[in-house]
Design a protein. Structure first.
Length: 375
C-alpha cells in the first residue's frame, strides 16, 4: 500500500492527573512507547474494531493542549510523516516512537518544559487508514470515542506505574473532541473571541475572521496572524471621565496580555492592525520628530498591578502641549526593555524612561505626555 493512499486520522489519549501530581518526565523510551502502543491498539480495537484496517502510530510524549493545537498541527504532522516512512508489509502495523539517548526522533515530538505542569497531559496518536475506509472509520471514531472512550484498566495501570502518577481519568479523544473541549474551556474564562480566532488559524487559515474582545477591541485573523486595534485608537471611542478612561485602557492592555500569552503558546503571532509582529510588544508610530519642539523623550504609563501599561515617545512644545510620536505596549514583563530599545533606536533618542506613576491622558482624554519637564 503506497503511503499517499493512506489518510491520517488524528486521535489523542488524554490523561487527567490527580491534583499536585505531575509526571516526573515528559517522554517515554522506545521500548516503553512500544509497550504502550500495544495497549492502545487493544483499547481501540475494543472500541472500534475497524481500526485493525489502519496503521496505528503512537508518539511516546506528553503534551499540553496548546502544543498540539498549533497551525498545521505540527506534532501530528510529524508523527504521520515518521509513520509513513516505516516499511510495512501489511496494514496491521503498530508503530511507536520514543526517545533514544534522551531525545525523540524529531524536534516537534519534544514536549516543551514551559507547559509541563498542566493538569491534563495529551499523548498523540494517529491512525493511517486506506482511503476506502478512512471516512467510515473517522465517523465511528467520532461517535465511539466521545461516548465510551475510557482507556482500558491495563493501559491506565501501565501509565501510572511507568510515569509514577495518579490518574483521575484516561480517555481517548478525536482531534475534533479536543478542539471542542478547548473551545468550552476558553469560553468558560471569557475568551470566546480568542477561540474564534484560534479556530480559524487551525482549521481554515486561508480565510479572514473578524471579532471583538470582551472589552470591545477589534480583532482580526489575517494571513497567519491575529491583528488587534491599538489601545490608543480604542480609547478614542470610549466614554467617561479621565479617571474612568485611564482605568479602561489599563484593562484593555491587560486583556491584550492574556490574548498575547495564549496566542504565543499556540504559535499564532499578534500584531497591530496593518502592523508587523514584534517580540512581546505592540508598537504604533505617528510621525517623525519636529525640530520646532524639544528633543523627544520616553514616558512610562503605569497602573497598579500591571506595571508599565504603555510607553509614549513625545516632544514638548510651546503652548503646554506635547506632540506624541509613538506608543508602545509591552505584553509581558521581559518585553519592556526591547520595546524601549526599539523606540530609542528608531528615533535616535535617549533610552532613559521617565516613570509617570499613572496613566497620563491629554485634554482630549487620549494617551499623552507631560507638558512640563519632569524632575
Amino acid at each position: 500500500m503506497e503511503a499517499q493512499t493512506l489518510v491520517a486520522l488524528p486521535v489523542v489519549l488524554a490523561l487527567e492527573l490527580s491534583a499536585g501530581d505531575p509526571p516526573g518526565r515528559r517522554t517515554l523510551t522506545r521500548d516503553e512507547a512500544a509497550e504502550l502502543a500495544a495497549l492502545i491498539a487493544a483499547d481501540l480495537h475494543t472500541l472500534v474494531p475497524q481500526v485493525d484496517e489502519a496503521c496505528l502510530a503512537v508518539a511516546g510524549a506528553l503534551f499540553d493542549t496548546v502544543e498540539l493545537l498549533r497551525p498545521g498541527f505540527p506534532v501530528w504532522a510529524t508523527l504521520d510523516e515518521l509513520a509513513r516512512r516505516v516499511p510495512r508489509g501489511h496494514l496491521e502495523n503498530v508503530v511507536a516512537f520514543g526517545t533514544h539517548e534522551g531525545h525523540m526522533p524529531a524536534q516537534p515530538l519534544e514536549p516543551e518544559a514551559a507547559f509541563a505542569d498542566g493538569p491534563m497531559r495529551l499523548l498523540p496518536i494517529s491512525l493511517l487508514a486506506p482511503e476506502g475506509v478512512a471516512e467510515s472509520l473517522s465517523d465511528k471514531l467520532e461517535v465511539e470515542l466521545v461516548g465510551r472512550g475510557e482507556a482500558g484498566e491495563r493501559t491506565a495501570d501501565w501509565l501510572m506505574r511507568t510515569l509514577g502518577i495518579r490518574l483521575e481519568h484516561a480517555r481517548y479523544l478525536s482531534r475534533n473532541d479536543l478542539l471542542a473541549l478547548t473551545c468550552v474551556q476558553y469560553e468558560h474564562v471569557n475568551l470566546a473571541p480568542l477561540w474564534t480566532l484560534l479556530e480559524t488559524a487551525l482549521l481554515t487559515p486561508y480565510r479572514d475572521e473578524n471579532t471583538m474582545s470582551a472589552r470591545g477591541l477589534a480583532l482580526r485573523y489575517h494571513d497567519g496572524k491575529v491583528e488587534t486595534q491599538s489601545p490608543a485608537d480604542w480609547l478614542q471611542h470610549q466614554p467617561g471621565d479621565h479617571s474612568q478612561r485611564a482605568h479602561d485602557v489599563a484593562g484593555a492592555v491587560f486583556e491584550l496580555r492574556q490574548y498575547a500569552a495564549l496566542l504565543d503558546a499556540h504559535h499564532v503571532p499578534l500584531t497591530l492592525i496593518g502592523g508587523e509582529p514584534a517580540s512581546g510588544y505592540l508598537l504604533e508610530t505617528f510621525g517623525e520628530p519636529d525640530a520646532g519642539y524639544d528633543a523627544p523623550a520616553l514616558y512610562a504609563h503605569e497602573a497598579p498591578g500591571l506595571g508599565v501599561v504603555a510607553v509614549t515617545l513625545a516632544q514638548r512644545g510651546n503652548g503646554g502641549r506635547a506632540r506624541v510620536l509613538a506608543h508602545g505596549y509591552p505584553l509581558h514583563p521581559k518585553a519592556l526593555g526591547p520595546l524601549v530599545a526599539a523606540l530609542a533606536d528608531q528615533h535616535q533618542v535617549s533610552s532613559d524612561l521617565h516613570a509617570l506613576g499613572c496613566i497620563l491622558l491629554d485634554a482630549d482624554g487620549r494617551l499623552g505626555a507631560p507638558a512640563e519637564a519632569l524632575h
